[in-house]
Design a protein around this ligand. Sequence first.
Ligand SMILES: Nc1ncnc2c1ncn2[C@@H]1O[C@H](COP(=O)(O)OP(=O)(O)OP(=O)(O)O)[C@@H](O)[C@H]1O
Length: 290
Amino acid sequence: MGTLLDAQDILGVYYTPNGKPVVGVNHVSVTIQEGEVLGLAGESGSGKSTLGSIISLTARSPLVVESGTVEIDGERQNLARMDRIPRTWRGAVVSMLPQGAMNSVSATMRIRDLVFDVMRAHDGKVSKDEALDRARDRLVSLGLPPRALDAYPHQLSGGMKQRVVTIISTLLNPRLLIADEPTSALDVSSQKALIEMLLEMLDKRIMSGVIFITHDLPALRTVATHIGVMYQGRMVETGPTDVIVDNPEHPYTQALLSSVLTPEPKYAKIRIEGMSSYDRSLFDAPEVKH
Ligand SMILES: Nc1ncnc2c1ncn2[C@@H]1O[C@H](COP(=O)(O)OP(=O)(O)OP(=O)(O)O)[C@@H](O)[C@H]1O
């Protein structure tokens, strides 16, 4: 298995009109091998979505990528020059499943219209029949009913909608899928179904790797082969899932794990308060790579 993604030295800054610049991602490098699921964990505001949007080439103003490169299949792109990155990279090399994607689907569009729009955006010559055939085959191969294509979004359950949107975002067989909080709005059984589907898609080589963004570290045990923990825009610890979960070395990872994995009700308050009781100066320790 070779290297799928090699992203180096990504610096992403938000320039808001009235405020001072906010560093969303601070010189982060990340690599993913073929077949891996990299779970990105960290508190709200740690930079997970910003990093995901930069790697998926969907970063938008006020976010400016000041530096960074991505290399996939030996082809390197300069992230600070998004305008020079071939359009075919978006969707076909890297694809983003954005946070809340299932709610942003227009209520008046049938799923099949969405399929056509997505395919058309990448290939102006694709016919409606070709696009629908591809989507139908994909649904069937993943055990979902092809009649979902005829439905309006509100006619599908939340779990089904998220699985369908995931399938649509991978119709072009991207090498890498970046999924931002794909399970957080779902009930437990729908979460499980989505994760099983993602793993099946990897097995079928529909995509060759996944970045799975969540603030829910325990959820990553079931899906991630590797975990990257972010804190204040930096990557503080990366490694195989069992190493990160069982033997975290960075003080931030240790604090994050102990604040979210405490099951006893008497610790519920600690869990709710999250990380606020920790001495944050310890978290400035250097990055740990396993
Ligand atoms: N549109 C924006 N304008 C200005 N600052 C922003 C914007 N979006 C994000 N930020 C800032 O960038 C930093 C990283 O935010 P980001 O959304 O990437 O974190 P996150 O880890 O994905 O959080 P969450 O789990 O809440 O989605 C935070 O300080 C955040 O306030």
